[in-house]
Design a protein around this ligand. Structure first.
Ligand SMILES: Cc1ncc(C[n+]2csc(CCOP(=O)(O)OP(=O)(O)O)c2C)c(N)n1
Ligand SMILES: [Mg+2]
Length: 556
């Protein structure tokens, strides 16, 4: 049906309806002239709007929402300065292959000069995201639908820019919307492996003596965890994961935890012995393989829908099996004879269970905590069903080692290596899992980079506990500067009273001076809910094992 719409219908009404019919239930927003009408209408359509205080945080929160919900994350920013604020979040989403649709305004077409004008497309496309500038109203509903299709298919952000004078125009097109993207998405079953590839892979696995089955997010998404465990048992292999898939085998006695920059000493020893790593649903990024150094003797058999030989400049795999992660692993298991348990000994299981992630000794200043002791106390005190978000910085090494925590209750997104995202990621998880308590582990530097979002957390009543390892420093930089004998002043700060800061925002705020108080603090927080910041005064003397390996202290 076409013709003019009901009196008063404007282009932004139709644009909001086009988003609503894509089942957008949550949108992270910061308003300006170029998106405020659209956002108000989207809200009227029943979409939950989370109004943040910095555009970066809108997009970053949408990233975590997408990861946790499996849906497309949606955010909106105004034109010009609104859009330029998201230049760190967009590449982070591209690297992490997260599908997002972002509604951005554009400056008005009728203005020959407009102070907020900027050529938006090159900004967005430089990040690897897609940009669609919509200037033909009657095509807009289809263009919105197509943006959702593109985001889902290409697994990257798609930014839609619409000049705001065009949004204000009366709608004269058809009232009915095109079919939503979900009606058009191909319905496909998981792709099985080719028998010839399985036979080749079986030969390689059959010849190996020390195998590690390493799972990444592709294995998580394909539901391949049990298949990986079965394969490992079948071929006497140990289990490991990439950092984002951390916890996938948390309760398996032969899981050595993270393979990557945050590896434990124990896992590193095991990986050094391996002669075959079966990488399941992993992109084999530089951090995952530590630039090829993590398993010096092993060749890699990659099981993936999109296998590669080269990743981020390194030859990462010598053999490939193209398949859905679960089906590929099951086919390989069926094709190799089961073998006697040798590597998987009771003794090794005991060592995995009892060896501390890092037992190097450091002298700690009075009144400060060893971050490893703080993490161990948190691991013991925090309920198993709380959602954990690990942010960035040096402290993330310590926070990553909480062995009892399953993958489904964990989130980290750090493929672009940016700090300052923790608070946004926690908001995204809280929005995706509103019935859960979210715990964010962050560094003081990262938290302070977007601390304004404490106000958002309070206003939207998000149930988030923020635990900050406060070393009054950019710890990563301090340790690198010290190791190379450089002046460290650019990385050392005042010890901000983060608990008082949180109270200023109307949140709970505690300084954790005694770790033995944590169980009681946790049980109180569990009863009251809400949001709080717990400031852990931490020593900057403890250098993580990863940092010690990458930046060995200078001799002498
Ligand atoms: C956006 C951005 N700016 C700067 C950096 C460089 N950087 C990496 S870690 C880090 C320090 C983070 O400090 P904090 O959050 O306190 O964690 P810590 O390392 O002290 O544990 C910095 C500045 C970065 N990765 N991303
Ligand atoms: Mg710090």
């Amino acid at each position: 049906m076409s013709g003019s719409g009901p009196a008063g219908t404007r282009v932004f009404d139709i644009l909001a309806r086009a988003f609503a019919q894509e089942d957008v239930g949550t949108c992270f927003a910061l308003l300006g002239d170029a998106n405020l009408n659209w956002a108000a209408r989207l809200s009227e359509q029943g979409c939950r709007m989370i109004y943040v205080r910095h555009e970066h945080c809108a997009v970053a929160a949408a990233m975590a929402f997408a990861r946790k919900s499996g849906e497309i994350g949606v955010a909106t920013v105004t034109c010009g300065p609104g859009l330029t604020q998201v230049m760190t979040a967009l590449p982070a989403a591209v690297r992490a292959r997260l599908p997002l649709v972002i509604f951005a305004g554009e400056s008005p077409l009728r203005s020959t000069w407009y102070n907020q004008w900027i050529d938006q497309a090159p900004f967005v496309t430089a990040t690897g995201a897609a940009y669609h500038s919509l200037h033909l109203p009657e095509k807009m509903p289809v263009a919105v639908r197509d943006a959702f299709l593109q985001a889902r298919r290409e697994r990257r952000p798609v930014v839609i820019g619409v000049p705001f004078d065009l949004q204000d125009r009366p709608w004269t097109g058809a009232e009915d919307l095109p079919q939503p993207s979900r009606a058009l998405v191909p319905r496909l079953s998981p792709a099985p492996a080719h028998p010839d590839d399985v036979a080749r892979a079986a030969e390689i696995a059959g010849a190996a003596r020390r195998i590690v089955v390493m799972a990444g997010m592709g294995a998580v998404e394909a539901g391949a965890a049990d298949a990986c465990r079965a394969l490992a048992e079948h071929c006497d292999a140990l289990l490991a994961t990439t950092l984002p898939a951390r916890g996938l085998f948390h309760d398996d006695p032969f899981s050595i935890g993270i393979a990557g920059g945050l590896v434990t000493d124990m896992a590193r020893q095991c990986l050094a012995e391996a002669d075959l790593v079966i990488a399941v649903g992993c992109s084999l990024a530089h951090h995952n393989t530590i630039g090829g150094k993590l398993w010096p003797k092993a060749q890699v058999l990659q099981i993936d829908l999109d296998p590669v030989s080269l990743s981020q400049g390194h030859v990462v795999a010598q053999a490939h099996l193209k398949a859905d992660a679960r089906l590929g692993v099951e086919a390989l298991t069926a094709a190799i004879p089961s073998r006697k348990q040798d590597w998987r000994s009771a003794d090794l299981a005991e060592r995995i269970r009892t060896t501390a992630p890092d037992s190097a000794v450091f002298e700690i200043e009075p009144g400060l905590h060893d971050p490893r002791a703080a993490v161990a106390a948190l691991e013991a005190a925090l309920p198993g069903d709380w959602e954990l978000v690990n942010s960035s910085g040096h402290c993330s090494h310590f926070f990553a080692h909480m062995p009892s925590r399953p993958q489904d209750r964990f989130l980290t997104i750090r493929e672009f290596g940016a700090i300052g995202n923790g608070i946004s990621f926690a908001m995204g998880v809280a929005a995706a899992r509103p019935d859960r308590t979210v715990v964010l582990f962050d560094g003081d530097g990262s938290l302070l980079m977007h601390v304004q979002e404490l106000e958002t957390i309070r206003r939207h009543k998000l149930n988030i506990l923020i635990v900050v390892m406060n070393d009054a420093a950019y710890g990563s930089e301090i340790h690198k500067l010290r190791a190379t004998g450089m002046a460290q002043e650019g990385a050392v700060f005042e010890r901000t009273d983060l608990a008082a800061l949180a109270r200023g925002f109307g949140l709970g705020g505690e300084t954790v001076s005694d770790l033995s108080a944590l169980p009681e603090m946790v049980s109180q927080f569990a009863q009251t809910g809400g949001a709080a910041v717990w400031d852990i005064p931490a020593s900057d003397r403890v250098v993580s094992s990863g940092m010690r390996r990458a930046y060995p202290p200078r001799a002498g």
